[in-house]
Design a protein around this ligand. Structure first.
Ligand code: ADE
Length: 290
């Protein structure tokens, strides 16, 4: 059953454009935003997935619309944002969540593969942010949240994605500076190991590695999609009115682990309890029989 930590109607009258809303963190965030009163514009390439999430949101009493768009194409992004503004009026929020990569060590990544990942995870987010600013937000303000990843320190077998996400953090900081004059705040959310459908895209050979991830996290567990959605909603909301240019890590403290230091075990009951605001995610297959 849905329970938001936020006040009902928090985003009433707001329109939020969200990329990659067809599954995982994006889908969960779309539900949370809609349940809080936002009109959610779902943007992605897979029309069937977007239509399914749109129908779920409508069935729950929320408002969602779908826009099919390849975010790697400057023209497609511009045309989509122009259409979204024509159909729904001012955009108040953008969640740059779409992403995609394939696991590979750096020495095996071709230029084509590298550029494809950079285009999806960095260029696409830039195009979306720039067009939302140009077509709408420069006139009345807004809030942008870029979803990156826990690439702090390194991102082995995901070097292309890590480089793109680090680029998004820098883009977040520069856009925050340049666009504050328009009342546009720009922040990032960096999820760590989150139990979400994305985990099932890794090859079976990585199953044991994935299952062992919580041992490297001070909070000793995977995060939930709704814990990431809550961070995104906070940064979109007025509660974050003085926060811009920051990257909010949602990772159970993973980057704070110091190699060689023993990992303290949880001592108190509930010390590592999860927040499941909007828990509609199926357990990733890789974790199912844990
Ligand atoms: N999600 C992953 N890749 C995408 C793309 N190129 N366009 C839109 N959504 C995407």
């Amino acid at each position: 059953m849905y329970q938001s930590i936020f006040k009902p109607g928090l985003f009433a009258g707001r329109t939020v454009l969200l990329t990659g809303g067809g599954s995982g963190i994006g889908r969960c965030t779309a539900h949370e935003l809609a349940a809080l009163g936002a009109r959610v514009l779902l943007v992605g390439r897979d029309e069937a997935k977007l239509a399914a999430v749109q129908a779920e949101i409508a069935a729950a009493g929320g408002a969602a619309h779908s826009y099919s768009c390849n975010i790697r194409s400057e023209e497609a992004v511009r045309a989509m944002v122009v259409r979204a503004v024509a159909e729904h009026g001012p955009l108040h929020g953008l969640v740059n969540n779409a992403g995609g990569q394939f696991p590979a060590p750096l020495r095996e990544i071709s230029q084509k593969g590298w550029e494809a990942v950079l285009q999806t995870n960095l260029t696409g987010g830039f195009l979306l942010a720039r067009e939302c600013l140009e077509q709408s937000m420069a006139a009345h303000g807004g809030a942008i949240v870029n979803i990156v990843a826990d690439m702090f320190g390194s991102m082995p077998n995901m070097g292309h994605s890590g480089a793109a996400r680090a680029g998004m953090v820098s883009l977040t900081e520069t856009a925050a500076f340049e666009w504050a004059q328009y009342g546009v705040r720009v922040n990032a959310v960096a999820p760590g190991y989150i139990a979400s459908s994305g985990m099932d895209q890794y090859p079976p050979a990585m199953r044991d590695t994935i299952r062992a991830f919580p041992r490297t996290v001070p909070l000793h567990r995977f995060g939930t999609e709704s814990e990431v959605a809550a961070a995104i909603c906070f940064l979109l909301s007025e509660a974050a009115a003085f926060i811009t240019g920051t990257t909010l890590r949602v990772d159970g403290g993973r980057p704070n682990v110091r190699p060689g230091m023993p990992m303290p075990r949880p001592q108190a009951p509930g010390a590592t309890a999860a927040f499941n605001g909007f828990h509609l995610a199926a357990t990733p297959r890789v974790l199912e029989d844990e």
